[in-house]
Design a protein around this ligand. Sequence first.
Ligand SMILES: [Fe+2]
Length: 431
Amino acid sequence: MAVHDMQQVELPSLPHWETTPDDLKAAIREIKPALRARIAASGRSVEEVFAVLEARIFDAVTEIEAARARGEEIWPAIDYADIEAGTVSAGQLDKLRRRGCLVVRGHFPHEQARAWDAAVVDYVERNRFFENYRGPGDDFFGSVGSKPEIYPIYWSTAQMEARQSERMATVQSLLNSLWQYDSEGVQWFDPDRDSLYPDRIRRRPPGSNSGGLGTHLDPGTLDLWMTEAYQKAFRHLFDGTIESYNPYDAAYRTAGPTYPGSTMCSAFRTFQGWTALSDMDHDQGVLHTVPIPEAMGYLMLRPLLSDVPEDDMCGVTTNQVFPASEKWHSLLLRAISGIPDVRAGDSVWWHCDMIHSVAPVHDQKGWGNVMYIPAAPWCPRNEAYAASVRDAFADGSSPSDFPAEHYERDWSGRFLPEQLNHIGRRGLGLS
Ligand SMILES: [Fe+2]
């Protein structure tokens, strides 16, 4: 049957849970056969559909392995100057789209980034952060010792200057424009307006030992299979049109609910990202990704195969990160690739669905300092979250996606409303 003929077939509808199911195992036992039945009604078995995607991913994995064997850098790198001037080549854009990750060289001047790093130190020291630090507010980024690596700090001048800078907006627009954000008569997001998603800072000192973070992904957990909006967002995986699956399709991704959890992000991010505030070598406990955006489709279909227990989604459950494992995803993990050496002022980006990890490090050389700043374009979901961000900004609270630690409420030197420029105001929904 040709792909376009399948649209004519009436496919069985899916059960859905708009909030976390009370009985997770029961919900999994209900959704799996329903997804299989929907795929089967389209004329192909789950195994056939999975094989189509697996072949596509196998090609990407072997291409990456061959490039690595030739000594090529896997992560694309683009100079900020080319992004600003509009002179990024078609070849560079193609590699960015295929790999779904990017280093922006010289996103900010080196001295600017070093000054921001020093300003963060001044901000936390003058407000006696280390004396008052009460330990990790969550255990996701558990840190060893009394000094944190992850600072639950959101409202420093350095962070806000970077978030509302023209340079940040320029890069976010380029990354957003890789997505298909206009379809079915809906503009799903505005690629040229960011919502300034406030996140934390990491400062990892020389000599650090860190166990790193295992391979995982961040966009959701069981909600990815179980809410109506995500079922529509991933419709091509489940309706016999796997050939049309596009990891950059924003349709139905920007308004639906997500299941709460300590690792949840309320915002829709096209790309996650951070800006380096120190030079970091590639072998000092840095970020790795599986640089294949389509791998998300593999992760979504894999639990439907018959070798996975009927009440198991390859280990995915609520309130924990979505794991990618050697047991179920060994093909994908062959492609895992670390960032190259980066300098203070470079920024690093990866597609929001992408598998990533942080390598362990022993006796780290140099600092490992970053500000987490993603691309979170204006859309219904981000507009709703921006309301709580405005409140948090107004009184220096921790944003509602993060533990309620509120260190900055009575701090001096916080970024002030009168320091907002037009990008900052529109990002907070103030203009
Ligand atoms: Fe993550």
